[in-house]
Structures are given as structure tokens and as C-alpha cells.
Design a protein around this ligand. Structure first.
Ligand code: AHR
Length: 497
């Protein structure tokens, strides 16, 4: 029954690096992501913090090795006036968050707060500029404010606000979802707008280092968007082009995040695995205009999107996180590894308390979700050399439909250790996998597993460690044949030594 799962792993054919930036995250002014999630205010005496930033969250993100963090949105970014969020906090204007629940916020978390927090975590900031309702000057000023070392109006203002040295922000989004909440633009129009904004976003970086400018990209399979941008924007002013894909069953009825049926589970996984086709087809279009692959494909929003938890504000997008999310994350990262030559950055939405979060907080309590554990287990692949795998998988069938049950990727790190990540999305059957390994000099295998009895299982504030990684003993290596037995809904990372 199990014999069909066959994998070949070519340890001698590694050419491309898995850019660590595909392990990026996303923090928007949305619900309890910033306020209550990352930031609790300087005067909070109950929750340990540094300048208002929660230390429990900072330490967890450090341990997970978060390479970059995108901020302040999302849809919020195209309403954000960054100058509202600098200077003495008491003087900052209160604004209404029109996209997310019409709540009033006091701008107490602004540019300094975010960039200092990134330094504390040890992660690279990725700022999303306001193109939809801002001006070219606003965005050019923001670049100068955070990046310029010499004397200038904006760097002087920065120093006056307490920060002498620039932060050196490399990653910049030129708007967000310009086809929708970022301005409902058509692709030709946005391509022109991009050219205009990007022109004034390159002058001020230190040591002639170039900014990494990312164009607002396609939604899902809008291939015309990618084609138009690649054709109309000169590639010397375009470092990356975005794409967003959420695993959502139906925008009108997204289904519960914990009490879902197997049918809903199957549909979510079908949407998640669609990432392979999306990335492949957007990349093919990019190849046509950029065969040398200079422009990166940046999947700067991805993840599972379900109905909000019962009783919570619908505008806050707060959802629980189960083993469904764990296998979704593992399978998606395996896809990014496969296309790592073109996909060089990605951002899971969103980091705390919103959509597929790695962390959930409730006042002073914090839990790590199953998705957190997958990203932490997988971080061995960051900046490692991708080793090609060919996978022949059993089917996971539901009704008349089927999906590949297993997903696999592999890499060799800087110390020569080979890691193999495996996912079994089948909630009913274990999968035995035979991997024919060539070009790897190893005599043993160790590993870790994340699994639970039911795909609906999750961690709660009362039982925070119900799901956590454990040592894995279901793999053996003999004469270049690696045999692995994956339990239903499981994620495994192996090390060959
Ligand atoms: O992540 C939530 C929202 O989804 C973002 O603000 C937006 O860019 C996308 O539509």
C-alpha cells in the first residue's frame, strides 16, 4: 500500500541558495497584531517589555530566526502617514484605521518603534510605502528619514527625535495590492505610478547601496498583472515584484479555524498546493522578460485565512492555528524551496494575532502555534543550498478528488549537513517513503517531528504545549536509501550526517 511514495534526492546537483528571506513575516496595524501583540506600551508594568515591545514575543521570534518583517501593512500601508508616527507620543494625532474595524489608534507605535524593535529582534525591516493615498514626496522623505546619514531636512528631524544614525532599510514596498485596497489601479497605470515613485526612492542609501524596491504584485493567478509590470517597468528600477496568495476556501464563507470538516480541510490544502502552479506560472512570465532572474518574485502575503474566532471583532481577523496550518506551512515552504532561484523573499500573514500567526497573545499570556514550530524546525534551510528532489507521491483522496499526500524538500547548509523536510497532509493514513540519496556522504539520520492525534488540534492558553516538536525515530539510512514513515498530518525535518 505504501510502496508508491518514491523520492530521489540529488546531493551533487545543488546550485541555488534558499534565500533566508523566504522565511519573512508581516505585521500590520490590524486587530491585535501591533497593539497587544508586539507592543504593549512603555508604561505597562504587567508584561515585561523594552520600550513597550513585548520581550516574550521578541525572544520567540529570535529563536525562530525571523529574517525580515514587513510593516505597516497591508491595506493599512496605503492609508498610513508616517509623519503621524514620529516625535513625542503625546503630540501624535489619533487616526482611524478604516480598513480594519474603524478603530481609533494613537500612533504610539511608529517608525522609530518599529525599526528599533527590528534591531532588538535582529531582523531586517521591510517598509511598505503609501502609494494609494500618499505622495511621491512623502515616500522619498521616509527613505531619507530612515536611511540618510548626512545633513538633510529628514535626517535632522530623525536626530531631533532621538536617533542619530540611520537604520539602513533595504527593503521597500512601493504600495500594496494596488489593484485593490491600494488604489484600485489598472496594471498599466500602476506601472507608470511605480516608475514615478521608484525614481525618487533611490538617492539616499549609504555607500551607494541600492534599495530593494518591490512592486505591488498580482493577486493569485492575475498573470496579466505580472506580465504588464515586467514589460513596462525598466528592470534597473525594479528589484522585486510581489504576489499574494491566501489559502481561502470561499471569501464569503471561509469556514472555522478549528472545527472544520475533512471536506474543508481538503479544500484548504488544495488552495495551499496551488502555490506551486502560481509560482511556476508567474516565474515563467518573468523568465520571458528577465531570463537572468535579476528581479525576485516576492510572495509577501501567504497563509491560511478562515473565519474569525467566534465572539471576536470581524475586522480583527483573529483566528486559531491548528495542525492544518502546520502542514500548510511545511508544504508551502517546500514549494518556495523548489523555486528558490526566483522566489527570494516571502512573508507569512501575519506574525501575531492575525490570520496564520506564529504567535498568539492574550494579555500577559503568549502561545506558540503549530505554524511557529514548523518555521522554527525549517530554519535550518535558511541560506542553505537547495538540493533537487523528485517526488512520486501517493494520493490523498477525498470524494472524487485527489492531492499528493507527501511533499519533500532538501538542502545542504554551510557546515555540510543535509536537511530533508517532509510533510504528510493525509489525515487518515501514514505514509512510508523511500528516498534514494545520491551525492551525500552520511551514515546516520536524526530528526524532529510535529504531529498530533487530530488535524483540528491546536495549542491554547490553558494547554500551550499540546503540540510541539518531538524527537523522531521513524527514519533510517542504509546504503544511500533513506526510509521514512510519516504519521498522518505530520511535518518532519531530518538531518543526515
Ligand atoms: O493580511 C490582511 C490583508 O490581506 C492585507 O492587509 C491585504 O494586503 C490583504 O488583502
Amino acid at each position: 500500500v505504501f510502496a508508491q511514495n518514491k523520492v530521489t534526492l540529488s546531493g551533487d546537483l545543488g546550485k541555488h541558495t534558499i534565500n533566508k528571506h523566504i522565511y519573512g513575516h508581516f505585521a500590520e496595524h490590524l486587530g491585535k497584531c501591533i497593539y497587544g501583540g508586539l507592543y504593549v506600551g512603555e508604561n505597562n508594568t504587567k508584561i515585561p517589555n523594552k520600550d513597550g515591545v513585548r520581550m516574550d514575543v521578541v525572544n520567540a521570534l529570535k529563536k525562530m530566526k525571523i529574517p525580515n518583517l514587513r510593516w505597516p501593512g497591508g491595506c493599512f500601508a496605503d492609508t498610513y502617514q508616517w509623519k503621524d508616527g514620529i516625535g513625542p507620543k503625546a503630540n501624535r494625532p489619533k487616526i482611524v484605521n478604516v480598513w480594519w474595524g474603524n478603530v481609533t489608534e494613537d500612533n504610539s507605535f511608529g517608525t522609530h518603534d518599529f525599526l528599533n524593535m527590528c534591531e532588538l529582534i535582529g531582523t531586517e525591516p521591510y517598509l511598505a510605502g503609501n502609494v494609494g493615498s500618499g505622495t511621491v514626496k512623502d515616500l522619498a522623505d521616509w527613505v531619507q528619514y530612515v536611511n540618510f546619514k548626512g545633513v538633510s531636512p529628514m535626517s535632522d528631524l530623525r536626530a531631533k527625535n532621538g536617533r542619530e544614525n540611520p537604520w539602513k532599510v533595504r527593503y521597500w514596498g512601493v504600495g500594496n495590492e494596488a489593484w485593490g485596497c491600494g488604489g484600485n489601479m489598472k496594471p498599466d497605470y500602476y506601472a507608470n505610478i511605480y516608475r514615478q515613485y521608484a525614481t525618487f526612492m533611490n538617492a539616499s542609501f549609504e555607500n551607494n547601496e541600492r534599495l530593494f524596491r518591490i512592486a505591488s504584485g498580482a493577486s493569485d493567478n492575475d498573470y496579466n498583472w505580472t506580465e504588464t509590470l515586467m514589460r513596462e517597468i525598466p528592470h534597473n528600477m525594479l528589484e522585486g515584484i510581489a504576489m499574494h496568495h491566501y489559502s481561502v476556501i470561499d471569501w464569503k464563507q471561509k469556514g472555522p479555524s478549528t472545527t472544520f470538516t475533512e471536506e474543508l480541510y481538503f479544500k484548504t490544502m488544495k488552495e495551499a498546493l496551488l502555490m506551486d502552479e502560481l509560482v511556476k506560472r508567474h516565474s515563467t512570465i518573468m523568465d520571458k522578460y528577465d531570463p537572468a532572474k535579476k528581479v525576485a518574485l516576492v510572495v509577501d502575503e501567504w497563509g491560511g485565512w478562515y473565519d474569525v474566532e467566534p465572539g471576536t471583532n470581524p475586522g480583527f481577523l483573529f483566528q486559531q492555528n491548528t495542525m492544518r496550518d502546520a502542514v500548510l506551512a511545511g508544504a508551502t515552504l517546500n514549494i518556495f524551496h523548489k523555486y528558490c532561484e526566483r522566489v527570494r523573499m516571502a512573508n507569512l500573514a501575519q506574525v501575531v494575532n492575525v490570520l496564520q500567526s506564529v504567535i498568539l497573545t492574550n494579555e500577559e499570556k503568549m502561545i506558540l502555534t503549530p505554524t511557529y514550530h514548523v518555521l522554527e524546525m525549517y530554519n535550518v534551510h535558511q541560506d542553505a543550498t537547495m538540493l533537487p528532489v523528485e517526488v512520486q507521491s501517493n494520493d490523498y483522496t477525498f470524494g472524487n478528488e485527489k492531492l499528493p499526500a507527501i511533499s519533500v524538500s532538501a538542502s545542504r547548509d554551510k557546515n555540510g549537513a543535509v536537511h530533508v523536510s517532509l510533510v504528510n497532509i493525509d489525515p487518515n493514513k501514514a505514509q512510508e517513503i523511500t528516498i534514494n540519496v545520491t551525492g551525500v556522504n552520511a551514515s546516520g539520520v536524526t530528526g524532529r517531528i510535529l504531529t498530533s492525534a487530530k488535524v483540528q488540534d491546536y495549542n491554547t492558553f490553558e494547554n500551550p504545549n499540546k503540540i510541539q516538536p518531538a524527537a523522531f525515530s521513524g527514519a533510517s539510512l542504509k546504503n544511500n536509501t533513506l526510509t521514512v514513515k510519516l504519521p498522518p498530518v505530520s511535518v518532519v525535518v531530518l538531518e543526515l550526517k
